[in-house]
Design a binder for this molecule. Structure first.
Ligand code: TMP
Length: 253
C-alpha cells in the first residue's frame, strides 16, 4: 500500500491526506505539551482517549445541528474529517475564572463569571498565541465582522451543549477552546467547528470535589493524565474497549 501523504504535524495530532478530495485523516498522538511546548511528555493512551472523546462531542454537536468537520472515526487513533481552512484563532469560552484569566485579573480559580465570556487568541506558536481584541481580527483580515458574529454564535452553542453534557455526568465545564474552519459549498462559505474537543482543550472539574480531569493535571503535575481522561470517558460511557484496564481473568472455584 502506498504511504499516505502527511500534510501537517502539530503538537498533539497529525493530518494526512484523506481518501477523497476535501477529506483528511486526523491522527491523535500520545504527546502532551504545555506552556507552548516548554513542557513535554508522552502519555500512553491519551491519543486513543481524545480520539474517542472528540468523536463523542463532535457527533453530539452534529445531532443538535452544530456543524463540525467530523465525518467518522476510522480506528483507535484516527478519524476522517472534512478539510477546512482554519481561521487562525483560538476561540476560548469561559464560564468560571481559571488559568490565564485568573492570573490576569487576580480572580480565584472557580469564581463564577456573570455570563459566558468569549476571547480570542491569534494562532501563532512563535508568538505564544497572544490574546487579541476583535478589532485586530477584523483589521488584519483574519475574519470578517460577519464571521465573528457567526463564530460567537457557534461558540455559545458549543458551550451550552458541552456544559449540559458534562453537568449530566457531574463535571463542571470551567472553560474550553475550539477552532473554527471554513468550508465552501460552491460559492457559499460556511464556518464549522474543527480541530478537536477533548480534555486537552477544556477545563473539567468534578462538581462535588473540584478534582481536575483535564490537561491542568499535566500542566501542574497533579497526577496521572490518562487516568483523569479515562474518568471523563467512563462517566460519558465512551470508554474504548481495549485501552484501559481490561477485565482480569476470574478464578472459578
Ligand atoms: P488559558 O486559561 O490558559 O488561557 O486557557 C483557556 C482554555 O483554553 C483552557 O480550557 C485550555 C485551553 N487552551 C488550549 O486548548 N490550548 C492552549 O494553547 C491554551 C493556552 C489553552
Amino acid at each position: 500500500m502506498a504511504r499516505r501523504k502527511k500534510l501537517y504535524e502539530g503538537k498533539a495530532k497529525v493530518l494526512y491526506e484523506g481518501p477523497e478530495p476535501g477529506t483528511l485523516v486526523q491522527y491523535f498522538k500520545d504527546d502532551a505539551t504545555a506552556f507552548n511546548a516548554e513542557k513535554k511528555s508522552v502519555i500512553e493512551g491519551k491519543g486513543v482517549l481524545n480520539n474517542r472523546l472528540s468523536e463523542f462531542f463532535m457527533t453530539g454537536l452534529g445531532q443538535i445541528g452544530v456543524p463540525t468537520h467530523f465525518i467518522k472515526r476510522l480506528n483507535m487513533r484516527e478519524q476522517l474529517v472534512r478539510q477546512v481552512e482554519i481561521v487562525p484563532l483560538e476561540v476560548i469560552v469561559r464560564n468560571f475564572a481559571a488559568g490565564s484569566m485568573s492570573k490576569r485579573l487576580g480572580l480565584e480559580e472557580g469564581t463564577p463569571l456573570p455570563r459566558p465570556i468569549i476571547e480570542f487568541s491569534y494562532k501563532d506558536d512563535a508568538l505564544g498565541d497572544p490574546l487579541v481584541p476583535e478589532e485586530y481580527i477584523i483589521a488584519f483580515g483574519w475574519a470578517s465582522q460577519q464571521d465573528m458574529d457567526d463564530i460567537v454564535a457557534l461558540a455559545l452553542r458549543v458551550n451550552d451543549f458541552m456544559s449540559g453534557v458534562m453537568h449530566g455526568v457531574g463535571i463542571k465545564l470551567i472553560d474550553f477552546k475550539i477552532e473554527i474552519g471554513r468550508v465552501w459549498d460552491g460559492d457559499f462559505m460556511r464556518l464549522i467547528v474543527a480541530d478537536e474537543i477533548s480534555p486537552d482543550s477544556c477545563r473539567l472539574w468534578d462538581v462535588e470535589t473540584g478534582q481536575k480531569f483535564d490537561k491542568d493535571v499535566f500542566r501542574h503535575d497533579l497526577g496521572n493524565l490518562a487516568d483523569a481522561y479515562t474518568e471523563v470517558a467512563k462517566r460519558l460511557g465512551v470508554l474504548p474497549t481495549n485501552v484501559t484496564h481490561a477485565a482480569k481473568p476470574t478464578l472459578i472455584n
